[in-house]
Design a protein around this ligand. Structure first.
Ligand SMILES: *Cc1c(COP(=O)(O)O)cnc(C)c1O
Length: 405
């Protein structure tokens, strides 16, 4: 088969899956649109503010929109959160107190959160006497039996779930699986269920708060920013919990009352409106790359036709040079910095060297077509994003031409 034929036959075999993705996008688009209308969003909400930012209507309405869309009582959505890591960590600092214990249901956290959990003398949770116990997944699913067993004899303040795969070679936690697991686990505990929702937003018909989670946090430089939000993070959940967390956004006594933004909020609103569609483009991109590389004999995730719970595609190269070549090829197909050659480097917050192809309009944005990989066995590339599916097709052909000469 020529590479063009690989592309076309993969496209053909994905017709059914693409229909499912379109249906999810339609459902979520309606949900987002309804929230905009209900909250009476108008041009005045885009206006910039300065100084303390009291009564910043753009900021406060954005909170309400996210709360409605994520089925939460309340939300914090702000450019003051620099990334997903910051949002996730802030939520944990807001909810946990010295002496509290929490457990992860999905193995080790994402690389950048490792220092937040365990760092030594860096202000980590552990520094404050807050300790985590890690329950690895069992056959790719939450190990419900083991967790329940532990909860029977241990006081736990919070259960931590990471929906997407991070740099693990595993499938994401599907909403349906999360629902089943939480239904069983919550009979044995009153612990707060906290979900790292990065890469999971709008990939399914419901979000974690609808199936038993109490708090979710994520990045606006991924799905929920729609490729348009210039920066930021969000946290959504129960009102009492959000009110604890907001004390850590600024300081106790100020919480969310202050915080101005001298640029304007339009791009946060516009990005959120586009997010269901853009996420669907990214889901198709991941399915396409996965299917095409699979047909060349590579091990990939998601499986062909499989439902997706995040926007990521993992491709196992088993070879350092091939991996680097793949990431570099993605970079050559980028609208921004397409002439640049990325190299592995010691990125802050990551344990191995990492190579990142990110030729994005929003720096480092991974809802835009991007690929990254820790330089370690078995040399897996994590491809994600794609603002337009056409871009994904173009990039796939280039990658096929480079690995399958
Ligand atoms: C990207 C990611 C994060 C961190 O988000 P940043 O915006 O990069 O800080 C956390 N968890 C998961 C699963 C992620 O994919």
């Amino acid at each position: 088969m020529t590479n063009e034929e690989v592309l076309n036959s993969t496209l053909e075999s994905l017709t059914g899956r693409f229909k499912e993705i379109d249906d999810i996008a339609l459902f979520n688009q309606r949900k987002v649109l309804n929230a905009f209308i209900k909250n009476r969003v108008s041009p005045r909400h885009f206006a910039s503010t300065t100084g303390y930012g009291y009564d910043d209507i753009g900021r406060d309405t954005l909170n309400k929109l996210f709360a409605d869309i994520m089925c939460a009582e309340d939300a914090i959505v702000t450019p003051m959160l620099v990334s997903g890591t910051h949002a996730i960590a802030m939520g944990l600092y807001g909810l946990l107190r010295p002496g509290d214990k929490f457990i992860t249901l999905t193995g080790e956290p994402y690389d950048t959160l490792s220092a937040v959990f365990y760092g030594k003398d860096n202000g980590s949770l552990e520094d404050y006497g807050i300790t985590a116990k890690v329950f690895p997944l069992k056959d790719g699913k939450i190990d419900v039996e083991r967790v329940i067993d532990y909860l029977k004899s241990n006081e736990v303040k919070l259960l931590y779930v990471q929906r997407s795969r991070g740099y693990e070679l595993r499938a994401p936690i599907m909403i349906s699986d999360l629902k089943d697991a939480l239904a069983k686990i919550k009979r044995h505990t009153n612990a707060i269920v906290y979900v790292d929702n990065c890469y999971g937003e709008f990939t399914d018909y419901s979000e974690p708060l609808e199936v038993g989670a109490n708090i979710i946090a994520g990045s606006l430089i991924k799905n929920a920013g729609g490729g348009i939000a210039p920066t930021g993070g969000y946290i959504c959940g129960g009102k009492a919990l959000i009110e604890r967390i907001e004390q850590r956004l600024t300081v106790p006594s100020i919480g969310r009352e202050e915080g101005s933004y001298a640029s304007d909020y339009r791009m946060f609103y516009q990005g959120l409106f586009l997010a269901p569609h853009v996420t669907a483009q990214a889901l198709k991109c991941a399915a396409l790359f996965s299917g095409a590389f699979r047909s060349l004999g590579y091990e990939t995730l998601p499986e062909m036709h499989e439902k997706q719970g995040d926007i990521v595609c993992s491709i196992v190269f088993g070879d350092k040079d091939k991996l680097i070549d793949f990431c570099q090829t993605i970079q050559t197909c980028s609208p921004i910095d397409g002439y640049v050659t990325p190299e592995p480097w010691d990125m802050p917050g990551y344990t191995s060297q990492v190579i990142m192809a990110a030729g994005a309009f929003v720096q480092g944005s991974s809802i835009e077509l991007s690929a990254d990989a820790p330089i370690r066995e078995p040399f897996v590339a994590f491809l994600q994003g794609g603002l337009t599916f056409e871009h994904a097709k173009i990039a796939l052909l280039e990658c096929l031409n480079s690995v399958n000469k």
